[in-house]
Ligand binder design. Structure first.
Ligand code: PLP
Length: 397
């Protein structure tokens, strides 16, 4: 029997959604995906995801893990063997030892960023983000009630550049962190050593965290890995570096990444991992271990695949007179603009629904990216060639 007061409450009292979450707004790439995803002929270049499948030896390690009964709760911050393999891998890449106690295994880099935000942000604190940037780090800050301050890269001589004076001027007494994603999604911009030093020094002097997202570090053309903040930092510096298996090992769906932080944050992370996901499934961690121990050749394959993809894409875009393509060392994305197409959300929607090619609109990466488009180059050469023909028609038409 319903009490009259219950009826009254069901009309007038609604459980509240937090303001910070309600304000998040639509995911702009999803708006385009929703239009095209059901079309079997669409060529989806909108997400940062290769079409290469995860290599068999990585899958087998996970299957073996399940076969061996690894279906119980995992250690919160990851299998000791995987944590030490990550530390050794980073030492192999950057020549600097990383203590295992600094490594936390996470459910992808996205979870690493959300955990970091949970560690450092009070409501109304701000984080200064170098933009354009993929949307998730800013969203993590916003979800926790923090404020995002964007500092845009500049284009100088057809290349993206960071003005560190501008970056530092954007900080104030409520700033908790500077966020730098390099190699950058979407622009491909890669930070150099000198600017890394300046930013790290600034953060140390001002008591700020430096949050570095380095998930594309292997997908650069001219070196084994892009410059990492890990190469110049001391173990206790206020640096948190986020990495991932997703892009270099074709493991986007496994949700596996890592976070390198000062060892003193370890106990806090242990708690937070527990409260968020209680750790990454053991058999997924086995797959990651196999990727690190046996996957170097595959990383080279992925690099070559993306480089070839970028050549196909840029070969076409550079010939189109109305297109401006910014050059970069990173091979995973092409980032470009089309003269006369300022509203790229509308243009991307038209490309998806009328021309069968799926692009990410610049506005997904911050307001200053309006007018730009991003395309993922880690896809099959045939697909990319066909996509470029379709895109040419969309641009010329
Ligand atoms: C810069 C950057 N960091 C992190 C991620 C997400 O990585 P993960 O799949 O490990 O969560 C992406 C995905 O697009 C990305 O572009």
């Amino acid at each position: 029997v319903r009490h009259p007061q219950d009826q009254h409450e069901s009309i007038h009292m609604r459980p509240q959604i937090r303001d910070a979450v309600e304000r998040l707004g639509n995911h702009k790439i999803l708006e385009v995906v929703r239009l095209g995803a059901a079309d079997p002929n669409i060529i989806p270049l909108w997400y940062g995801e290769s079409d290469l499948p995860t290599p068999g030896f990585i899958c087998k390690a996970a299957i073996d893990g399940i076969g061996a009964g690894e279906t119980f709760y995992p250690p919160k911050r990851g299998l000791p063997s995987l944590r030490s393999a990550i530390a050794e891998h980073l030492q192999y890449l950057y020549g600097k030892p990383i203590g295992n106690d600094r490594v936390t295994v996470t459910s992808g880099a996205i979870n690493a960023i959300m955990l970091t935000a949970q560690v450092i942000i009070n409501p109304e604190d701000n984080v200064v983000v170098v933009t354009p940037a993929w949307p998730n780090p800013s969203a993590a800050v916003s979800v926790l009630g923090g404020v995002v301050r964007s500092v845009d890269l500049d284009i100088v001589d057809d290349k993206y550049q960071l003005d560190t004076e501008k970056l530092f001027a954007a900080t104030d007494s409520r700033t908790r962190a500077i966020f730098v994603n390099s190699p950058n999604n979407p622009t491909g911009w890669t930070i150099g050593r000198e600017q890394q030093r300046q930013i790290l020094e600034f953060c140390k002097r001002r008591g700020l965290w430096l949050l570095a997202d380095e998930v594309y570090t292997r997908l650069v053309q001219h070196s084994q890995a892009a410059p990492s903040f890990l190469e110049i930092a001391e173990p206790d510096d206020p640096l948190i570096v986020v990495g991932s298996f997703s892009k270099s090992y074709a493991m986007t769906g496994w949700r596996l990444g890592w976070l390198i932080a000062p060892a003193k944050v370890g106990a806090i992370l242990d708690n937070l991992v527990d409260y968020n996901v209680s750790g990454v499934p053991l058999f997924v961690q086995r797959a990651g271990l196999s990727a690190l121990l046996n996957g170097e050749e595959f990383v080279e394959t992925m690099k070559a695949y993306c480089k070839h993809g970028l050549e196909i894409v840029s070969g076409k875009l550079e010939k189109l007179r109305r297109v401006q393509l910014v050059s970069s060392d990173c091979t995973f994305y092409a980032y470009f603009r089309v003269e006369g197409q300022q509203d790229t959300l509308a243009f991307a929607k038209r490309c998806a629904s009328e021309f069968g090619v799926g692009l990410a609109p610049g506005v997904a990466f911050g307001p200053a990216s309006e007018g730009w488009l991003r395309l993922c180059c880690g896809r099959s050469p045939l697909m990319l060639a066909e996509a470029m023909m379709r895109l040419e028609r969309a641009i010329l038409g």
